[in-house]
Write a protein that binds this ligand. Structure first.
Ligand code: SAH
Length: 254
């Protein structure tokens, strides 16, 4: 982390939404045609059409200066693959950050980053938008990360071939939290991770399927018993599958 780190907003800044400017994702990529991709469909797609959020792609190659428009070079010290050049990326980052404004966080999607999670999605949703840098090949020149206020964020402990699917995942997770995207706010509140627990199991019609019926309590119409059952299930699942989350949950509760 560099000392001139832009800080991520802590909580939903209603004032930002009140300005009437849509939450804006600016994505720096070598493959702008990949967007909006899945973000143009369903929930996020409708919200995009309705102007609840906006998407701008920035083609990193547009900032290359030589006639081959090259953006990468071989790594110093040897080794396989190519590395994205700091000078060319810096030009694209600077121009994009200027358009986004000083409050907007700049994130480099990277397996070495802080793991992306629901609190970070919520924090981003409370701001004016995000600038996302998608790496390719072996990644980007480390000096860019030192010289600019960039936070590294990882989607998980695996390696993608590029940052684009990670950028889409981040945007999708944030957009569904924006006011007006999901009709019933309770549906977001019940989601996995929102309370520190994984979600309870869900059932729908048919009531009988392949000899299996849905848990009796869900048919009872007894709201208190239903929510007690759901809480028990959420706790049981979290304890069994995610001891790390369970430990944090119990710690926060006690
Ligand atoms: N050599 C790098 C991996 C490069 S993968 C390393 O071992 O750390 C190429 C690009 O894909 C990265 O620059 C990054 O932008 C993206 N990427 C790969 N895995 C990712 C992950 N888990 N989370 C977010 N971005 C990822």
């Amino acid at each position: 982390m560099s000392e001139h780190q832009r800080t991520l907003p802590d909580s939903a800044g209603e004032s930002v939404h009140a300005l009437n400017k849509p939450w804006t994702a600016r994505v720096l990529t070598l493959f702008p045609k990949m967007f909006p991709g899945p973000l143009g469909e369903s929930l996020a797609g409708t919200a995009l059409e309705n102007g609840i959020w906006a998407l701008e792609t920035v083609d990193i190659r547009g900032f290359a200066s030589d006639k081959h428009r090259s953006v990468d070079d071989t790594p110093f010290g040897g080794g396989p693959g190519m590395v994205l050049r700091a000078d060319i990326l810096a030009k694209s980052v600077d121009e994009t950050a200027m358009a986004a404004g000083p409050e907007v966080p700049i994130i480099y999607l990277s397996p070495r980053g802080r793991p992306f999670d629901q609190p970070l999605a919520r924090s981003l949703a409370g701001g004016a938008g995000v600038v996302l840098i998608c790496g390719r090949f072996e990644g980007i020149d480390e000096r860019l990360l030192e010289a600019r206020p960039i936070e590294e964020v990882s989607l998980g402990d695996f390696v993608l071939s590029g940052g684009e699917p990670a950028a889409m995942a981040v945007i999708d997770a944030v957009v569904r939290l924006l006011p007006g995207v999901i009709g019933d706010p309770q549906s977001v509140a019940d989601d996995s991770f929102e309370s520190g627990l994984l979600e309870y199991p869900q059932y729908t019609r048919p009531q009988e399927w392949e000899g299996r019926s849905v848990p009796e309590v869900l048919l009872s119409g007894h709201h208190e018993r239903i929510s007690q059952w759901r809480r028990d299930q959420a706790e049981r699942t979290t304890k069994a599958r995610r001891p790390d989350l369970w430990k944090r949950y119990v710690g926060a509760r006690d």
